[in-house]
Design a protein around this ligand. Structure first.
Ligand SMILES: Cc1cc2nc3c(=O)[nH]c(=O)nc-3n(C[C@H](O)[C@H](O)[C@H](O)COP(=O)(O)O)c2cc1C
Length: 133
């Protein structure tokens, strides 16, 4: 079955952001391992960045749940579509927070192109891969 991915950012919708992260990860890891999905989530200052990958149909169903989840809004998709190999094969859903690894500082240091959706998405992907390494 073809492998698909999605990379997006969103804004958390509640005050209890840390608590949301724990609950999201608990459910995500169970469902992802059942569905054969892998990926990485970074949470910082009320913002989520997530890469999710796996078989086409399973991705479609889980992404539908995520897109309708009231715990976040203003979802910007940086990239989605087919991939040849998984980027996060060992993570049912890896996680890092801004307290361990400040993403926005890193993006500034890297001179990430904030005006270019595709280029910016590539910088985000690179950051998540570094966190997962
Ligand atoms: C930022 C964010 C990331 C999420 N990531 C996943 C995920 O990787 N896998 C997953 O099954 N659910 C994830 N969820 C939770 C889903 O939105 C949903 O609550 C969960 O899959 C249960 O689905 P259901 O409510 O349709 O039963 C995420 C939610 C948020 C807000």
């Amino acid at each position: 079955m073809p492998l698909k991915h999605i990379l997006y950012r969103s804004s958390g919708n509640t005050e209890v952001f840390d608590k949301d992260c724990e609950e999201i990860l608990r459910v995500a890891r169970t469902r992802n391992s059942e569905a054969g999905l892998t990926g990485f989530l970074h949470a910082e200052d009320g913002v989520f960045i997530q890469w999710l990958e796996g078989p086409e149909e399973e991705i479609r169903l889980v992404v539908e749940s995520i897109m309708n989840d009231p715990r976040h809004r203003d979802i910007t998709v940086y990239s989605e579509g087919g991939i040849d190999v998984r980027k996060f094969p060992n993570w049912t859903m890896g996680f890092s927070s801004g307290r361990q690894a400040p993403l926005f500082e890193w993006l500034t240091e890297q001179g990430a192109p904030s005006h270019d959706l595709r280029g910016f998405g590539q910088s985000l992907q690179q950051f998540l891969l570094l966190r997962a390494a």
